[in-house]
Design a protein around this ligand. Structure first.
Ligand code: GSH
Length: 215
């Protein structure tokens, strides 16, 4: 497998965590999202990711090489093809809870902080940072409230799930964008649990060969 990744991309980070947690061997291809206007806009990259986004997972299937975009689709693919250790609970209600929390990040927060939207707003003379911060705060508050009755060592129960996989990169993005996360005590406790795991450490931006000093 090959993962097209950028060290700071929160969506690529999700996939790195899942690959490391499941012990799947993979090669990395680095796509610099800022250099020269962004390598994600190159004609070659747009052929495999028409939206010009990382992550992309290249796999060898029955029809030869193919590429999967969208981190949630990639996570579901990895879960179905590498069942252990699982990242979804066996209980359907808990599974729904995990996907609910993951979707708050995936569709309720991340698109509003993403580079292309922020660039587009800036071209129109709008400062997108306060808007991103408002959605991050609302989304993290919702996750903290929804997870409180179901959390164990991790967000949903005692094992790592997709919800934790999406939370960790999102908390880092929140801090980078100036959101005060101190008040999210459950989320910060779960973050500490995750950061104690080797797979989360290996997947972190600081551990990536393409990492750069903080901007
Ligand atoms: N829904 C997509 C979002 C992917 C995404 O937004 N990727 C960002 C990095 S986190 C990106 O490649 N941005 C490049 C750009 O906006 O130009 C996913 O989950 O994979």
């Amino acid at each position: 497998m090959r993962l097209y990744s950028y060290f700071r991309s929160s969506s690529a980070w999700r996939v790195r965590i899942a690959l490391e947690y499941k012990g799947v061997a993979y090669e990395r291809v680095y796509v610099h999202l800022r250099k020269g206007g962004g390598e994600q806009r190159s004609p070659d990259f747009l052929k495999i990711s028409p939206l010009g986004q990382v992550p992309v997972l290249e796999i060898t299937g029955e029809r030869g090489l193919s590429c999967i975009t969208q981190s949630m689709a990639i996570l579901e693919y990895l879960e179905e093809t590498h069942r252990t250790p699982p990242l979804l609970p066996s209980d359907p209600v808990e599974r729904a809870r995990v996907r609910e929390l993951a979707e708050i990040v995936n569709s309720g927060i991340q698109p509003l902080q993403n580079l292309s939207l922020q660039n587009e707003l800036s071209v129109r003379g709008i400062d997108g940072a306060p808007i991103a911060r408002a959605y991050i705060e609302a989304g993290l508050s919702a996750i903290e409230a929804l997870a409180r009755p179901v959390a164990g060592r991790f967000l949903v129960g005692g094992s790592v799930t997709f919800a934790d996989v999406l939370l960790i990169p999102q908390l880092a993005a929140a801090r980078r964008l100036g959101v005060d996360v101190e008040g999210f005590s459950l989320l910060r406790r779960v973050e500490q649990e995750c950061q104690a795991l080797p797979s989360f450490r290996t997947a972190s931006p600081d551990a990536q060969p393409d990492r750069e000093p903080a901007a």
